[in-house]
Design a protein around this ligand. Sequence first.
Ligand SMILES: Nc1ncnc2c1ncn2[C@@H]1O[C@H](COP(=O)(O)OP(=O)(O)OP(=O)(O)O)[C@@H](O)[C@H]1O
Ligand SMILES: O=C(O)c1ccc[n+]([C@@H]2O[C@H](COP(=O)([O-])O)[C@@H](O)[C@H]2O)c1
Length: 198
Amino acid sequence: MKKIGLFGGTFNPPHLGHMLFAQEACLAYELDELWFIPVNVPPHKESDELASNKDRIDMLKKVTKRHKTFSVSTIEVEREGPSYTVDTVKLLKKRYPDVMFYFLIGGDMIDYLPHWHRIDELMTLVTFIGTKRPGSTSASAYSGAVELLDMVQVDYSSTLIRQRVAEGKPITYMVPDEVEKIIKERGLYEARRSPSTD
Ligand SMILES: Nc1ncnc2c1ncn2[C@@H]1O[C@H](COP(=O)(O)OP(=O)(O)OP(=O)(O)O)[C@@H](O)[C@H]1O
Ligand SMILES: O=C(O)c1ccc[n+]([C@@H]2O[C@H](COP(=O)([O-])O)[C@@H](O)[C@H]2O)c1
């Protein structure tokens, strides 16, 4: 049976923590493919700094191009409303009944699993592959059902990348080169000027 990893995320922007997790999960679980699934509306996040769907998809498409097992699925951006994972997985299982799906989550999301929409149903549909992240406990009522991938913890987050861009600090070595290029060319995440008071 074909094994496909689903990596859902806001990817605002994608960074090297995401990429390393994707690589290591493919290796450890012998995944045939890994699909990055950018969310349309994050189910649990306030998002004033959210780059457009196009910008986030373009960044992911560029970084996945050089890996033959990685690709980008637009299944969530094509759907209105909050991007609940259970809805996405149900649709994918209907479209690909002969595939075994895995869903990748970082430690913060392991902690948050009890709050996911229809989590008990989702648990019956996919195997979660989780990995620890600095600052998360990676433990929740559901963590026993998550396959824990042991890999080096990368203390990068998209929030950190956005902050550094806004402060004019370099992000080289924190994001793939292709992502850095798009962020620069399109002026993403640059500090917004405060309105003039005079
Ligand atoms: N450094 C990391 N190591 C392991 N997993 C990560 C890392 N960064 C993000 N993830 C996981 O990738 C998925 C998508 O994360 P997301 O795109 O929201 O990135 P983020 O860095 O957490 O973003 P933000 O800082 O904007 O909240 C989540 O399951 C998250 O836990
Ligand atoms: O379905 C839910 O209720 C749910 C709640 C929180 C997060 N998720 C999914 O988990 C993935 C990572 O979320 P995020 O916000 O860390 O990018 C992304 O695909 C989200 O849609 C899903």
